[in-house]
Design a protein around this ligand. Structure first.
Ligand SMILES: [Mn+2]
Length: 382
């Protein structure tokens, strides 16, 4: 009988620049420290649970940004666990001169790559294979898996996703499961999924420290146990949360009767009602209607939130509450504009929602405010 205990993670992205926060003093550095803290917590879990393996499925660090001293810290931390098996990802590829290639990793650290696409540990009856490298060398056809061993396949890439901009090494779950591996440890997707695929063998840990507003909610790693006896496999895998920090988008609806200070206190209350708000990175979208004469000072709102969250960005998406019928009777340019748009709406009723936007944005421009359209998005790329 063979039995192993393990911790699986991936997509930690140590050294991430957090360029979307670059205008905010100290925040990118703070977020990088958060990632390192989370990495150290994972090491702690692997050590405390006496796991035989820490399995890291790519994107452990940012090859472009990670410094040698950060890599040295990681290598030191690896000394606290039994064995580490890791594969490169698209953010830390195995190139000549890359840290995977040239760094003198400790003896208990094993990097799978085109130079070493598989490794066996006869003492525990386990073997690890690297899908990406085996595919590169066209040798998936000659695996010859030993049935009495626990066979684990490691993979970094996109599974079963056809329509996405981010298609790094796309494969189907069928293809991954075709070779008869007992457990498939995947990375690249930043969300967690367990027991995926027809045979339920595919497990993706996700990013343990969430990295942006496209990764909202609580993130995890996987801890598990695999037992194999007479060819029969028993596998237990579960999600474990390692970081309390989370990203969240909050939509807050204002109405035209509210003063700026009332909006501020409403936003503060909403933030404080979120559990764990001190660990939150919040994106606050102000929606609804507002008094067209009021200047909605988003910076003032933002400043009022300091200390309530790790980060808060306020975006004004409200629409001014214009009295259209009143304005249509005016003599000046506003009156002419509104009368023209109303006439268009009547002629082309199927375009009425379009003309309604024309009306609102036009009136806002005429009242001297710059119509606020939405923000450019946060940094992407898994
Ligand atoms: Mn990644």
């Amino acid at each position: 009988m063979s039995k192993i205990r393990f911790v699986q993670c991936g997509d930690i992205h140590i050294g991430m620049p957090f360029s979307s926060f670059k205008g905010i003093f100290g925040l990118p550095e703070k977020r990088r420290r958060h990632i390192e803290e989370t990495f150290e917590k994972i090491i702690g879990i692997a050590a405390d649970t006496k796991s035989d393996f820490l399995i890291i499925c790519g994107d452990l660090f940012e090859e472009k940004y990670a410094t040698r001293s950060v890599i040295e810290n990681m290598n030191y931390e690896f000394g606290k666990v039994s064995r580490v098996v890791m594969i490169p990802g698209n953010h830390d590829p195995f190139n000549k001169g890359s840290f995977y290639h040239r760094f003198p990793w400790r003896e208990n650290v094993f990097v799978l790559s085109p130079e070493r696409p598989f490794i066996e540990f006869p003492d525990l009856s386990v073997a690890f294979y690297h899908y990406n490298s085996l595919r590169e060398s066209d040798s998936l056809g000659q695996l010859n898996l030993q049935k009495d061993r626990i066979n684990i396949l490691m993979f970094h890439g996109t599974i079963d996703t056809i329509c996405t901009e981010d298609r790094y090494l796309p494969v189907t779950s069928e293809e991954l499961e075709r070779y008869g591996f007992d457990y498939i440890a995947a990375g690249h997707f930043h969300n967690t999924f367990l027991q995926y695929g027809k045979n339920k063998t595919i497990h993706n840990a996700g990013s343990p420290e969430p990295l942006g507003f496209d990764e909202e909610g609580i993130h995890s790693i996987i801890t598990g146990e695999i037992t194999k006896e007479m060819g029969h496999v028993e596998c237990r895998a579960e999600k474990v949360q390692v970081s309390n920090r989370f990203y969240k988008t909050l939509e807050i609806t204002t109405d035209p009767e509210m003063s700026l200070n009332e909006i501020i206190s409403f936003v503060r209350q909403t933030l404080q009602s979120v559990e764990g708000h001190k660990d939150m990175l919040a994106r606050i979208l102000l929606k609804g209607r507002r008094d067209p004469k009021m200047y909605l000072d988003t910076l003032k709102i933002q400043e009022s939130l300091v200390g309530l969250t790790l980060y808060a960005k306020v975006t004004d998406e409200t629409l001014p509450d214009f009295d259209i019928s009143q304005i249509s009777k005016e003599q000046g340019i506003r009156g002419v504009f509104v009368r023209n748009v109303l006439e268009k709406m009547e002629q082309e009723p199927h375009l009425s929602s379009f003309y309604r936007s024309v009306m609102i944005y036009g009136l806002e421009a005429l009242s001297g405010n710059r119509p606020s359209l939405t923000d450019p998005t946060e940094e992407g790329g898994r």
